[in-house]
Structure formats: C-alpha cells, structure tokens
Design a protein around this ligand. Structure first.
Ligand code: NAD
Length: 478
C-alpha cells in the first residue's frame, strides 16, 4: 500500500500514526497517510506566518504571483491522469469526474493568475486638501478546511484566489479522501512559490482542524463542509473574531413549470442528483413538478433513474459508490425514515448487492414538511413533489433552512426569470442545472453559509480593504 505524507514548510513529512484510506468501490483498504499532529499544525502555521511577516508573497510585484500561478496550472494539467486515478480509487467517483477535478483546479489557477495583478483600489475625492485611496491587503495566514466530496477542486477553489491575493495557506484535508490532494500540492510545488507558502495537513477534524481554527496565528478561515461543523468552527473562532467564508450544505430545489422541455429537464435531473452519487452540496435534491405534467414527468424521471448503470468509478458508470460505509448507512437510514413518515419510494431505496458502498438511484414522492424533503441526504436520492401555482412552488422551494442554489425549468423567459428572482439561494439556474462555472460566483444564504467562492468576486473574499487618508500640508515638503 502506498503511504502518503503531509507537506509542511516545503518538506514532505511523515508522522508516528497513520490514517487508512479505503477504496469505496471495493470496501478494501487502499492506502495510508501520515496523521498530522498538533505539533505539525504548529510548524505549518509558523511557516505560513514567516512567509507573511517577510512579505515573501505579498510584497512581490503581483505579476510574479501571476507567473507562479500559471506555472502551477501547467503542472496540475500534467498531473491529470496520475492524480485522477488516485482520486477515483480513494473517493469512488468516476475516473472522468476525478480527472475533471484536476482540470478544474488548473482552471482556477489560470483564472486567478489573471486577477493577481488587477486588485486595484479606488481613489476617493475629499476636496483639494486631501488625497484618499484604498488598497486591497491579503489577510495573512489563511486556514482552509476541505471536505471529501470534491477534495481536489474545492482545495484549488480556495487556494488559488488566496495565493493570487498574496496570502500564505495552511490546508486541512479531509480524513476520508485526502490522497489526490497531496498530488495536487506536489504539482503546485513545482511552480516556485516561496517555501512555507502552502502547507497541507491530513489529520482529524476534531483535533488538527479544531486546533488550526483557534490558532493564534490564524488570520482567516475558509471552511467548506457540513452545517454542524461550520457552526462549531464559528463558535471556536469567535474568541479571536477571525473572519471566515462558510460554504455549507444545501437542499436545493428545481421547479419544473408546465411548459418545461422534458428532454432538457431529464438531462439536468440526471446530472443534478446522480452526479458523484448525489454527494454534491449543490445537488438537485428536490424536484417540484407542476400538477398538469406531474404524472408524465414523474414516470419519465423514474424510468431514467431505473436505466442508470451502477459500478466502480473506473468502469465509468452512471452511479458510483458513496464515499464510506458511514455515508451509505446514513443515506439508507434517511430513506427508512422517509418510509416511516409515509413517503412513497418510487424506485431505489436499497443497497445493491455489490462489495462497495453503493445506494441504488432513488426517487421518493414526499410532502415538503417531511424530513427527507428538509434535510440534506448527500446521496443519490431525489424527492419529488407536485405544485399548482408559481407562488406555491416558490414557497416550497424556499421552505427549508438552506439556500445554496435553485433552478427553474420552463419555456417562457419572462416567467422563469420572475420565478428565479424570488428563489432563495446564491445561484439560480434556468433550464440547465449546474449552468455557470468557475467564472460565476457561488455561495449560500441561511444555513448554506456566507461569503462567495468562484468568479472575480471570490478574490475579494481573500483581501481586506485598507484606506489611506492624506491631509496635504500647506507649505514645505510632506
Ligand atoms: P464535515 O463538516 O464533516 O467535514 C469537513 C471538514 O471539516 C473535514 O476536513 C473535517 O476533518 C473538518 N472538521 C471536522 N470537525 C472540525 C472542527 N471541529 N474544526 C475544524 N475542522 C473540522 O463535512 P464533509 O462530510 O467532509 O462534507 C460534506 C458536507 O460538506 C456536506 O454538508 C456538503 O453539503 C458540504 N459541502 C459544501 C460545499 C459548498 O461549497 N457549499 C461543497 C462541498 C461540500
């Protein structure tokens, strides 16, 4: 079994204890990784602090950071095949989706490379006796906590803008699925960033993660993960009033209006809820269907779900395993609870007889108040519900504590736009779930969190504004 290491102050470091990483497709142990300790975390934070204090990243001409970022992007592109295979085996996702995580990571570096030298402040008129301007200043040491569902691309999503803005970074990878992230950092290491700029630690969230977010050297926290962990981190970081970005969960709804194109809708439903076995924060976990078309759309969605292939990621199936036995058990438990609550399982709802952690693609008819329609499942489980009027659909869609994304499918632009503008969430798709990309701002409202990632806007999540106000002297040199 390959043994993976942590990256601290420019060195790959082993540890006394290891964590075992499973292959979710076979339920067998796949590799081990050094389990970072509190002392490792302290060394990583000290290295990042040194880079910040010496201005090794923030004080260079921004175009130098652009150059490093572009070199990193090129190295990530060379890592696509090797890294993709590791990501597929440790996470269970399809090989192509695993490779896409590296390709997307390269795009983040290319995109934010172009912004490193465009963080321009403003000049504020205060009359002839004053000169006033703003500067964007990096936070300093950015602690970034990453989840297991897209560990590589989510890592790059926060790391790239943080570096472009001039921050040093300490990353905490997830205990499940941390390996491909080490290959991502191996690629980025080739770009020439100053030693200590990027540090990667794999350790337990409750130990190393918790230590990092409360560390005296932390200047910013970027957390992507579940609501309970995000709430815990907000409490823990309150002591130091550390600014944070919170990218949390979702229970996002698509509204199918009566003139929605069925083929377009079905494509979006398939990718929306069954991509990555539904382990996507912005998954289409609810589909609201207008009553006139309810039976027709319901039958088509169930037929599509039944037709999907199930298998290990390397065989490029439609449905891949869940990431862990725990995650599989949680999803099955939520389905059982739905049955007990009176929901109607239209297809799926069971674990196929395979060695990995699979759950069959599941479609459940449920009312909006049921737990299955309110809580994040994080599995291949779609909840469908009928509605009569646009207003009713909007109320059901907005009727959870979350607000990450939403969608509207219909044939009339005026109507879809009118509905879209009333939906609660950071991003609303019209006629294509996951429309948008790394260029479009992404983030939540309510329990889905705050702050934005992706797009030009995200780089401003990694800087603070400093205002310089100058009173011109009447005589003599200033
Ligand atoms: P999780 O909250 O269990 O863990 C996320 C990370 O937090 C892991 O690295 C974990 O080790 C760490 N952690 C745990 N306890 C900690 C603590 N006390 N202090 C600091 N760090 C701690 O989430 P998960 O199960 O890995 O990921 C799934 C969740 O992430 C889902 O709810 C999903 O919706 C959400 N998610 C959100 C987005 C987004 O962009 N909004 C993207 C992907 C996943």
């Amino acid at each position: 079994m390959t043994h993976y290491l942590n990256y601290i102050d420019g060195e790959w470091c082993d540890s006394e204890h290891s964590l075992t990483v499973m292959n979710p497709g076979t339920a067998e142990a796949y590799a081990t990784i050094a389990e970072a300790t509190i002392a490792d975390a302290d060394r990583a934070m000290a290295a990042a602090r040194r880079v910040v204090n010496q201005g090794l990243l923030s004080d260079v001409r921004p175009a130098v950071r652009t150059e490093w970022m572009l070199k990193a992007a090129a190295a990530i592109r060379e890592m696509v095949d090797e890294g993709g295979l590791v990501a597929c085996r440790e996470n269970g996702k399809s090989l192509q989706d695993a490779k896409d995580e590296f390709l997307e990571s390269a795009r983040y570096f290319e995109y934010y490379a172009g912004m490193a030298d465009k963080l321009e402040g403003t000049s504020i008129p205060l009359g002839k006796d004053y000169v006033d301007f703003t500067q964007y200043v990096p936070f300093g040491v950015s602690v970034q906590i990453v989840p297991w569902n897209f560990p590589v691309s989510i890592c790059a999503r926060s790391l790239a803008p943080a570096l472009a803005a001039g921050n040093a970074v300490v990353i905490k990878s997830p205990e499940i699925s941390p390996l491909a992230m080490t290959l991502l950092i191996q690629a980025i290491e080739k770009a020439g960033f100053p030693k200590g700029t990027i540090n990667l630690l794999c350790g337990k969230g409750s130990v190393v993660g918790s230590h990092l977010v409360q560390h005296q050297e932390v200047d910013q926290i970027v957390f992507t993960g579940s609501v309970p962990t995000g709430q815990r981190i907000l409490q823990d970081s309150a002591q130091r009033a550390t600014p944070s970005v919170m990218e949390l969960g979702g229970k996002s709804a698509a509204i199918a209006l009566k003139d929605a194109n069925l083929e377009t809708l079905l494509k979006s439903v398939q990718v929306g809820i069954f991509f990555n076995a539904g382990q996507v924060c912005s998954a289409m976990s609810r589909l609201l269907i207008q009553k006139d078309r309810y039976e027709e759309v319901k039958a088509a969605v169930v037929e599509m779900a039944k037709s999907l292939t199930i298998g290990q990621g390397e065989s490029q199936p439609d449905i891949t395993p869940l990431v862990s036995a725990d995650q599989q058990a949680r999803v099955l438990e939520m389905i059982e609870q739905a049955k007990a609550d009176g929901a109607n399982i239209l297809t799926g709802g069971y674990a196929p007889d395979l060695s990995g952690y699979f759950v069959a693609p599941t479609v459940i008819e449920a009312t909006p108040d049921m737990r299955i329609a309110q809580e994040e499942v994080f599995g291949p489980v779609l909840v469908i519900t009928p509605f009569e009027t646009d207003q009713e659909a909007i109320e059901i869609a907005n009727g959870t504590d979350f607000g990450l994304v939403a969608g509207v499918f219909g044939g009339k632009l005026n109507q879809t736009l009118r509905v879209a503008q009333q939906l609660r969430g950071g991003q609303v798709f019209i006629n294509e779930w996951f429309a948008g990309g790394i260029e479009t701002p992404f983030g939540g409202v309510g329990l889905s969190g705050f702050g934005r990632e992706k797009g030009q806007e995200a780089i401003y999540s990694y800087v603070q504004t400093r205002n310089i106000a100058i009173r011109l002297q009447q005589d003599g040199d200033v």
